[in-house]
Design a protein around this ligand. Structure first.
Ligand code: AMP
Length: 193
């Protein structure tokens, strides 16, 4: 993996662990020469990941839609800032620039971005490793919900098994590095989407 898109909160959360681990993730990216692709803000734990990358000599690319440029308080010292027309173009650009997907704690925006990438994987539109950095057990209840979806027959076992989860940065990146993608599903033709 050379470039990972990180989805995470535009808020810092109430527990300082979130911001600390977000910064450490950025530092680890810089040390491993993994490029960060993210939403381009300097606020929240989004900003902390970028700070961790940039303070340690790494590369951080921000992708932000024009209308959020002010609202999200754009980071001004990024390696590159890409401004898109809208949210859809933003997500596609973030996907195109990356070869791995990682979610940290966040709110509705984070979940929306993560689940869209997860559904694209389910449809065979990409085969990137998908990781969740489960800081402070933040996503335990979501993981339980996803398990219920499998038990109740709404999600296939093989699809949930592709999600890589750890609360340790190094271990999670190692799992992502070793990830073997599922074969593209036969029941869907990419060209038809
Ligand atoms: P949040 O997790 O809500 O703090 O949002 C984190 C990221 O999700 C930011 O980059 C936001 O731009 C993005 N975001 C916020 N709201 C939405 C939305 N309705 N749809 C898609 N992305 C969003």
């Amino acid at each position: 993996m050379k470039s990972i898109v990180v989805f995470c909160g535009s808020s810092e959360g109430t527990n300082s662990q979130y911001a600390e681990k977000a910064y450490q993730l950025g530092e680890t990216f810089a040390n491993k020469e993994i490029q960060l692709v993210y939403g381009g803000a300097k606020i929240g734990i989004m900003g902390k990941v970028a700070e961790g990358v940039l303070s340690n000599g790494g590369k951080a690319i921000g992708v932000i839609p024009q209308f959020l440029k002010k609202k999200e308080v754009v980071h001004e010292s990024l390696t590159e800032l890409i401004v898109t027309q809208n949210m859809h173009e933003r997500k596609l650009k973030m996907h195109d620039l990356s070869d791995g997907i990682l979610m940290l704690p966040g709110g509705f925006g984070t979940l929306e971005e993560f689940f869209e990438m997860l559904t694209w994987a389910q449809l065979g539109l990409h085969q990137y490793p998908i990781g969740i950095l489960n800081i402070n057990g933040f996503y335990d209840s979501l993981l339980k919900m996803m398990g219920d979806m499998v038990d109740e027959g709404f999600v296939k076992h093989e699809h949930i098994n592709t999600i890589l989860v750890d609360d340790n940065i190094e271990k999670l990146l190692e799992k992502m590095q070793k990830y073997q993608p599922l074969p593209t599903p036969k029941w869907i033709n990419k060209e038809q989407l």
